[in-house]
Design a protein around this ligand. Sequence first.
Ligand code: NAD
Length: 382
Amino acid sequence: MKVSVIGAGTMGAGIAQIAATKGHEVYLYDSFDGAIETAENKLKKILNRMVEKKRITQQENIEILERINFTKEITEVSGSELVIEAIIENLEIKQKVFTEIESLVDKDCIIASNTSSLSIASIASSCKNAERVVGIHFFNPAPLMPLVEIIPAVQTSEDTLNKAKSIIDSWKKETVVAKDTPGFIVNRVARPFYGEAIKIYEEGVADFATIDWALKEIGGFRMGPFQLMDYIGNDINYTVTETVFTAFYFDSRYKPSFTQKRMMEAGYLGRKSGRGYYNYANKIPRANEDRVLGKKILWRILAMLINEAADALFLNIATKEDIDLAMTKGVNYPKGLLAWADEIGVDNVLQQLEDLQAEYSEDRYRPSPLLKRMVTANKTFY
Ligand SMILES: NC(=O)c1ccc[n+]([C@@H]2O[C@H](COP(=O)([O-])OP(=O)(O)OC[C@H]3O[C@@H](n4cnc5c(N)ncnc54)[C@H](O)[C@@H]3O)[C@@H](O)[C@H]2O)c1
């Protein structure tokens, strides 16, 4: 199959690597000077490292690279069965590119966007045959992260959705289907992991190291929220939060924080700038390993995460299985949030949220109606 990838940045180059590894003939296109050369050099380095680590053979390395055609000519997309766009996150530019791609490919070609925050419906509206447009959302780094969210727009045909899903399944990725709503599954459900952690810090309940320790040691998360925000970059993480908040018509549940905004403004972006919540030139401060405090912190963040997952289910954003799979495979949560709720008791989760709501009088803590209904009916998620 001929697969074209538009945009040879972080995500595009990774997607091209996956498609070529799976045996497709790949065209990787970028319009900016030097972008194609940079992508080619980066990919060569990555593949060489994979050979050193014995994850692929030298022969496979050669074959993968032979299958990738690096191009600056968009007309080369013609004849593709699948085009995946991964250019700059700007609606007008994406729409222009989609219109152009549609004029070059056959009527059966699927045109997909890897957008993280734009609506697939708005991108699809730039095509005459919008039924062929779908969201295929990879996570960074694409070759390593197992999860891919497949997002049908209101215009997407059943056939396009099924074909897109089966192609990505055949690439040995874990696919979940999400409604075309802000943040899809992962970037929506994960918001309290960052937001509630920052709020706990702002209230002076605990410092960064203690909150991180609680989530890791007691909760079993691979990274604490501050460690993770420093890893993602405070600029990127803040922008996602602000975008989701705006897209949800300023629902206070997704409200960004001044703490993170100031970090971004100060250039304390995290690991990439040497300093974020932590100063990486110094030793990481010790946590206050008080288990009573740690459990309180974990419990508050976890209740908020479960509420978000339950509300996503309530609003039919995805199935309960896909919501749980998305969080375990997309952001490495130790358990699916809905399965976790069953384990600790949906009534306990609801109680925690009602206590927070009563204490703060804030809509931020409003429990999902689904949790209330489940407790009344004495039901579990599974
Ligand atoms: N970086 C992430 O963690 C991540 C994760 C999932 C999805 N995404 C999404 O993937 C897309 C790309 O993100 P990225 O991080 O790879 O960005 P990037 O800046 O690394 O790469 C974008 C590339 O697109 C090229 N480009 C820009 N406009 C173009 C045009 N009109 N025609 C052709 N090429 C053009 C640029 O030269 C650049 O090489 C965005 O929609 C983003 O929301 C990013």
